[in-house]
Design a protein around this ligand. Sequence first.
Ligand SMILES: *Cc1c(COP(=O)(O)O)cnc(C)c1O
Length: 413
Amino acid sequence: MENLNVDKAFLSEEVMPDSKGFFGEYGGSFLPPILIPIIQEITDAYLKIKDDPVFKEELFYLQKHYTGRPSPIFHAKNLSQKQGGAQIYLKREDLNHTGAHKINHCLGEALLAKRMGKKKLIAETGAGQHGVALATAAALVGLECDIYMGEVDIQKEHPNVVRMKILGAKVIAVTHGLKTLKEAVDAAFEAYMKDPVTQLYAIGSVVGPHPFPMMVRDFQSVIGREAREQMQEMTGKHPDNLVACVGGGSNALGLFSAFLQDQNVNIFGVEPAGTSFKTGDHSATLTLGKPGMIHGFKCYLLQDENGEPAPVNTVASGLDYPGVGPQHSYLKDIKRVQYETITDKEAIDAFMLLAREEGIIPALESAHAVAYALKLAEQLPADQTILVNLSGRGDKDIDYVVERFGEQFGISE
Ligand SMILES: *Cc1c(COP(=O)(O)O)cnc(C)c1O
């Protein structure tokens, strides 16, 4: 048997959340009564399998031989030199099978569903990345898969829609409201309520009611565990700074979890400032929101004047959510993580710069993290390091970018 380090804890050593799913005042589980026992069953099943050597072995095997882990870390020397200042390193989650970090938690959720005897995985998707990753995991593990997606995102992310269909998933268009991620979550939740026994709702980020913020974080925490060892090997020390984009916050917590205890590691989460800080023009939840409730949990929330979730907007569909993970809400309050914003324009510039300096086309979501790292690098000396979580690749975004912004970069179709 090959050595997959199964006895190494695959979960972060974190004590949070508490047994009711709270990170300080955030998180929890606020659900209609019929869902309470069903979600409790998921919590119980997860707590049981998470330390089960057979489950871990299955998951670790797939991470290595299916996803292609560990994902490498690349020292972006050209980019660092061009910008001046600190050295920028990239954790290459874009090289994972299916092109982003989402496969990490989808494999975990699919294996859990299979163990629980579920027949179908059901989920929402924004950019289509979670949908593709889940449809992939469902095909592999042998489960049906229904994906709810806003009509606006279906137009914008056409290749991912086709991918899901090829993988055997059903893509259900959501046509109400703004027709983006929030509405897709509403629709998927509704469908789940109709049959929570044979289906498992595989949430796509560290959001939703307990145990999802904990479970998705734990499945993503492999990113940070690998990065700790890799940076030690490459630079002889921990990274001085971590940067990741925050939509719901799963790729960020995947990286951050392994370093939260290291007070000398500065941690930055990057939110989309869109086109302006006017309501409806951005999706900067932690920066501009207030505590509130959405989709069964408490977190920072962008709200309209009635306390309802506000409309959001950004070039990066995967960051388009008015709420945010409860653990991020907590980390903001205790000031362990600093949350910053990047505009659409800055993200597009970083997208092009990374492509042209390093030959790496990042997802527009990840381009937000790159853009902030560039700003940070400038302010720091050359012996400092910045590790950016490159959460995904930009193949899904190329048509959109060239159509909207091609001209300014001298690209004609
Ligand atoms: C979905 C997605 C994100 C945002 O989700 P988080 O849960 O905040 O990580 C970021 N980057 C990529 C490439 C994505 O697909």
